[in-house]
Design a protein around this ligand. Sequence first.
Ligand code: HSE
Length: 372
Amino acid sequence: MQPLRVGVIGAGTVGREVVRAFLERSPRLAPADGRPLVLTGVAEKFTERAIAHGIPAELLTDAPAHLIASGECDVIVETMGGDEPAHTLVAAALGAGLAVVTANKHIVAHHGPELEALARGTDSTLRFEAAVGGGIPLLGPIAQDLAGDRIARVRGILNGTTNYMLTAMARDGRDYADVLREAQAKGYAEADPTADVEGLDAVNKLVILARLAFGVWIPPDAVSNCPGSTSGRPGAPGITGVTAADVAALAAEGRAVRLIATTRLAEDGAIEASVVPTAVPAGSAFGRCDGVLNRVEVDAEPVGRVAFEGPGAGGAAAGAAVLSDLVSIARGLGSTWAGAVRAEASSAGVVVRPVAGECVAAPSGACYPVGD
Ligand code: HSE
């Protein structure tokens, strides 16, 4: 059987893990019912650093566009992150009919309609399991295994960095800046952690979940990421306004603060979507979901509630999800959305509003929604 030739663009925290799996010649990269996978090139801006991390110089180039156009790759793995040049490079690969596996939640959430139309137009495959929930098999089960169900709500802890921070602040009474530095050192946070702490990384992931659950691309900037406040004005975004005093006061009431992302299909067809710090019972499944773990619950008919939990960030977790997508492509499976309802190329006109519900006031003046 002809091997499937893989080019990796971006050899940072996640890309390095993918390359390492190839260098170790994992037998898992030759599925029994599919084509064997081989690594043909790695594009990385910082080639010296990549060599220092054990990537052979003969595989390396600093020109990702050339690797895509070289004719030596059937599949491109995009692990660069960020908007440009990742967006243009992925679009070029799909436009050329190559399959793409990406861990980049930003480009999938912000350019989803365009990338979906492009992939459908050239009949190419786009898979992005690593973009949501790190190493948790999540998007495949939602798009395929729950394809016969009507999904009503998806909610979860979707950002490992902030969950790690909230856990450390509550358990050890540690300082916000100190635990953020630790999450960065462990490879959980984005290069610029603003998107993590302001909830925008989780917003991107929620947009992707809504696409698979409800068949619409909602604009990321329509998703609320600020809690309410006692002043009536929106509170600080994401967890940036969560203080040690808030965490302690809520803990005294038996509650834990978790950054919960929720999307729901309302009776009138609108999509409700929010990513806000939420006061959940400390003993609940979300309250016990600690550290870098993510947890996602899907409410659907007729199955009821199903839950997914596991490592949500870090090179090993996201790398595992990329490898699983590569094996799926080697086995001839289609795009991540293949089993889900087809989205319109543009979901313009979809009404998006915040999730409403009961709130509890905290010492900082923030009003956190009450979760269960
Ligand atoms: N920065 C992200 C997080 C990485 O902390 O969850 C995984 O997407």
